[in-house]
Every structure is written in structure tokens, then in C-alpha cells.
Design a protein around this ligand. Sequence first.
Ligand SMILES: C[S@@+](CC[C@H](N)C(=O)[O-])C[C@H]1O[C@@H](n2cnc3c(N)ncnc32)[C@H](O)[C@@H]1O
Length: 549
Amino acid sequence: MSRNTPRSAASGKSGKGGKGAKVGQVARPRWSAKPARPEATDREGLTARTAPPVPAEQPAERPARQQSRQSDRQSDRRSDKEKQPAKAPRAERPARPARAPKAAAAPRAPRQPSGEPLVGTRYEVEVGPVAHGGGHCVARHEGRVLFVRHALPGERVVAEVTEGTTTSRFLRADAVEVLEPSKDRIEAPCPFAGPGKCGGCDWQHVSPGGQRKLKAAVLTEQLAKLAGLTPAAAGWDGSVEPVGGKLAAGQVPAWRSRVQYRVDAETGRVGLRKHRSHELQLIDRCLIAAEGVTELGVEARDWTGLESVEAIAASGSSDRQLILRPLPGEQLPLVELDKPVSIGRVDEQELFHRVHGRTFVRERAGDRTWRVSNGGFWQIHPEAPDTLVDAVLTGLEPQWGENALDLYCGVGLFAGALAERVGEEGAVLGIESGKQAVADARHNLAALEQVRIECDKVEALLPRTGITETDLIVLDPPRAGAGRETVRHLVALGARRIAYVACDPAALARDLAFFAEGGYRPVSLRAFDLFPVTHHFECVAILEPAAER
Ligand SMILES: C[S@@+](CC[C@H](N)C(=O)[O-])C[C@H]1O[C@@H](n2cnc3c(N)ncnc32)[C@H](O)[C@@H]1O
């Protein structure tokens, strides 16, 4: 455990919260005192202090379906569900359904696009810059904008329209022929990548360095457009840092420790969805899947009767988990695999049921073991947790005795790291809306008395905590970002430093503009290629009050 000198003792001054402390005395954490208002509780009226210890194999909660980083973050937004484990999956019934069955809504007729359809029409175009969000580049044909996938800036390609009509504001297209290739173009190593095929990877046709240049261009553009910041003004060196060891040319990094496969209803074989489609690309191997996922052999089996199979291979432990989702009205098939694997089932109400083995996997990060239950949120790249924690700690430089908030804390990754730095004289409050994640966080950090985890939405709970100031804040929101109201509340807490962990550069840039309104400026920004071969990446921005620069 790394410890810093107690700030108050070293400086002879008390911390902000310890106004009454004498020289050399360590300031008491402000949050150890009773909050001015009733302490925030979870839905059962339990606080971090009163919550009973969570037994290892308890009724489970909802899983987070994690197909891509985007759907990972979307899954964060799903509401909590009570879950009931069961030995006999067919007989089991959840104790308390979390959601009333949906009322049958009158089917809405799909909106008919106006104009003549252009799908299939081909245009020869010069490809312009990469655009945010879909792995596509911008091109123009006779004044009309095309978002072209499978292309690279500067290329001359034949683009075939995949969506749009003569009256559409813009068209979507795939580059089906490359007339003048970019020097960053490579032969796609995956046979399932390419126009009309698997939508999982965006940039199989781009060299690793080329992918990072595209990501850097997206971040640069979003910072300028939404925050009015140049890279230098954001404290960013303009690079997207590679993560993981060097690979031989043409080798694809096998980083995805979680893959959600869809099952083809007719053949029972698994596949991944095509881009912007419910259609499946059947696959017999996913090149970016981690070895532990591939070893489960999901692609080789018949999964008739299921809608999806999520495979999880924990990093740093041998835990493996399959989360099966049967088709409506279908029974769970008998699953026999060569490898030891825990199996869970998700029902139509999104309730998780234990079928076999554990309801959780154990991940390793920061010399700590993390319980993650029911497929709940955990970074997918095996090196992501340590990379992000290191960037956050380097940027914040937490001091002994300081108080910190970990917002959107999941199973407690940053709260644990902060707690070790601020020590017993400090205090860390984690806030997380997922009930099972909160149970996991409390379990994972039970030995750290300075940590308290509360269950609620950040925006709902923060104003109720009675906390009026803090030293440090980490926020790691879902894709949508924190938003104006939450940012407004955060800047009012007067933190010495704020670490913003972001998976969407647009949401980050927008929120940086809100922070600027509140007097906070980024002093450093780092970007990490934690989702190689896709257009996604992760950022860590460190902010300080502008006056302190
Ligand atoms: C990107 S994850 C970060 C988790 C954690 N920091 C980590 O690195 O493992 C975002 C987390 O925020 C939670 N969440 C989503 N919306 C929330 C909200 N409005 N308030 C609190 N937590 C929220 C999700 O359940 C999820 O655990």
C-alpha cells in the first residue's frame, strides 16, 4: 500500500475539512461526521455501514450485456433487477420481478423514407476525414455527404450506398473498391470483416498506427467543435497511446475478455451482428476475442433455442462464465463444455439466474481481486483497469488524509485505488446506481474502512449527501457523459483536482465545456487505445480550477 505523508501533518496546516485541527494533527475526514441530512441509503434502507456482508453466492442481479464498448455503456443504463438463483432453471421463479411486463403496444408502422431509394448505387469518391462515432469517413458526391465505412482519409474509392434515398440529408455507404489506397491500409486479417459483413470491428483494414491516428483525429475534432480547445489547451500531446505488447505485422490483438454472440435461429450457430443491422454474420472465430474466450469453443457448438451467449474470461483468474439468454418460450439446452465454466441464464424480464457454478467472476487489478457478478460492468481489455487507475492516480496525486468521490464507481475500481492513497485518515465515497455492482463494491472494499459506497444515481444522490466540498473527484460515467447539471454540482464542491474517465470523446468534450463554465480547465489529457480494431478509445482528463494555473 503506498501512503503519502499526511498533508496536514507535513504542512502544519489542517486540511480543508479539519479547520479545528492543531498543527501536526491529522484532519478528520469530513465525511466521517454524520451528514447534515439523513445518510443516503440503498433501496432497502441500508447504508454502506449497515449493509450486511454479502455472501459469496447470493441471489443474483441483472447482467450487463457487453458486446461492444458502446453497448457496454448502454447496458450500464439498464435498471436493476432482483435475481434468484435456481438449481432447476425451468422451475425457478424470480422472487420479485423488477419490471412489470410491458403492455402490448400497438405496432407502429415503420416510417417510410421519402424519395427514391439509392441503396446499391455506386459513386466514385475522394474520401475525406474520419468522423466521430461509427468507424466511417466523410466523403461528398455532387454536394451530398456520404458516411463511408471500410475507407480511409485520402483514398479514392467506389462507395456503394447502404442507406438513404434521393431526399436524405446524407447517405451511408461502404467502400467496395479501393482505387487509390492509403498507406495505412492493410489486408484485413479477419475473413468476416468487410462491406456487408461483421459489424464488430471497424478497422480491420487499418494498420495499428493508422487506427490510433484516426482516433486522435476524432478527439482533436470533438475538442475543437464542442469545447473550443486545441490539443495543447487541453493538455494533450495529440497521441492515442497503444496498450499491450507489440504484435507481429498482420497479427490482431486478442483483447476482448467478453464477447456476446448472437445465435442464428435456424442453424443454432453463433455470429455477430452486421453494422446497423439485426442480421448476423456467422463466425467460427473472433480474432479479437481473448484466448480464454476462444478456448471455451462457443463458436463450435449448436445453441439452438438461445437468443444469445455471452462468454466472459476473467483476467488474472481462471474464472470463466457463460450467460445464456433463451429465446422467448424456449428451454435452456443442456450445456456441456470441456472447460470448467459457470453458467447463468437471463430471462425475458432481464432477471439473472444461476444455473451452474458461481454467479460472478474474479478479476485482478491493482493487486486486488474484484468480484464482478452477473456479467456486470468491468473493463473488457485486460490491461484497461491498471492503465486507467495509473492515469487517474498520476493525474490526481492523492494525498494522505484527503477526501475523494468516485462517481459511477461500478465494483469500486477507482475507490479502492484512492482509498489506499488517502489512507485511514482520508475518506472515499463511491456512488453507483447498479444494485449488484454496489454489493460487489462493498464486498471488494470491505477491508477499507475509509470507503463508503452508496447506491443511487449520481445526479439524484449528490445533492442529498450534505457534502459541500471535497479534495478529489473521479468520474467515469456511461457513454452519455455526466451532463450539465451533474457538472454544475461537481464544480461547486471545489475539488483540488478532478479526473474524468471517458469512453466517448464527444460527451467528454461537451462536459469539458460545462466544466469551463464552472471555472475548471483540463491540465492534462491522455487517450488510450483500449479497444483496438474498433473506433472506440478511452480518455482520462485531469481538471483543476482555472485560477490555480
Ligand atoms: C463506465 S462504468 C464505470 C465503472 C467503474 N468506474 C469501473 O471502471 O469499473 C459506469 C458505471 O456507472 C453506472 N451508472 C450508470 N448511470 C449511472 C448514474 N446515473 N448514477 C450512478 N451510476 C451510474 C453503471 O452501472 C456503471 O457501473
